[in-house]
Ligand binder design. Sequence first.
Ligand code: OSB
Ligand code: MG
Length: 374
Amino acid sequence: MKIDGIILRELRLPLVRPFETSFDVTRDRRILLAEVRSEGLTGWGECTAGEHPYFSAESTDTAWQILLNELGPMMAAANPEHGGDCPRIFRKVRGNRMTKATLENAIWDLEAQREGVPLAQLLGGVREAIPCGVSIGIQKSVPELMDVIAKELTAGYQRIKLKCKPGWDVEVFDAVRTRWPEIMLSCDANSAYKLRDADHLVTFDAFDLLMIEQPLWHDDFYYHSMLQKRLNTSICLDESIRNRRDALAAIEMESCKIINIKLGRVGGFSEAIAVHNAAQERGIPVWCGGMLESGIGRSHNIALASLENFSLPGDVSASARYWKEDIIEPEVTVSAEGEIVLSDAPGRGYEVRTDLIEKLTVRKEEIRALELVS
Ligand code: OSB
Ligand code: MG
């Protein structure tokens, strides 16, 4: 397809409530969007990098620079036929996976529109609805956390994931398990522990957690594999898994028994599908993580989570948990059974509210294909 132009935008979107992890508190999201125009159609991509390079080495500002000066021009000159062509087009650029995913996902979005099929179908999805959980940030107190959990369970969510760190872990799990002995419960440490905390992490086994997500270093498999040998609870890797090779290494070393797939973290739909397939072939279940996305990234996550091996409830939840007003229509909603029902409309299945996007835009730059090709 001929790329006619790429528009980069940054939006400022305040979260309805702050989101606290072991590494940061997020109050507003700086949402970076790429709008790729081709032959009368528009594909959208969202960059999941945070404002700071804390979760990964990328940030909103590094992504902007790399999109404008490196990936945007490469894409504009390449005229890809398929979303799956993008990894090859971007091959020269190392890392910057969230940044690459921004453009690659926009091309898949375009391709689904061009073919007149739902994006989920183009990706090979089989589910009509996806099971949903919620990721709950660190709260000021246990009673406040209990109120939040009660509300999410009433809304129908199938699994509760608690962000944790030293000092906000076993006492919290104990209180939650005492009140809700049966719920599907997991935790995510975002690398807040060291191997010397292994004895402490073993005590998590008492709380019948579905998994412990990324307890150790963000770039580690080896020490996670040592820790997994000591735990009954399954380790799930998030930060460590950058691609299919990482997934294979982690599975082979038994560093984890579950994998969280994030579209941005692995560099886009192509690699996300490759990780999904590698895990499926080896009997390792996956689920779809989230990065506090706006409706555009969220709609892409939903399409991805329709693949068969996304058998565990993910972190992709309703728009209203994050935003007063989302930039897509309809907003993402979750049923009383805790599911998001996939749209059967062609493309991403949600309309983009361009008027609202324009209003929220704080910076905008256009990469025009013609100038670049000459
Ligand atoms: O580790 O899964 C994570 C948000 C920002 C950075 C890292 C993570 C998260 C979440 C939020 O857990 C998931 C969501 O609700 O989008
Ligand atoms: Mg995580």
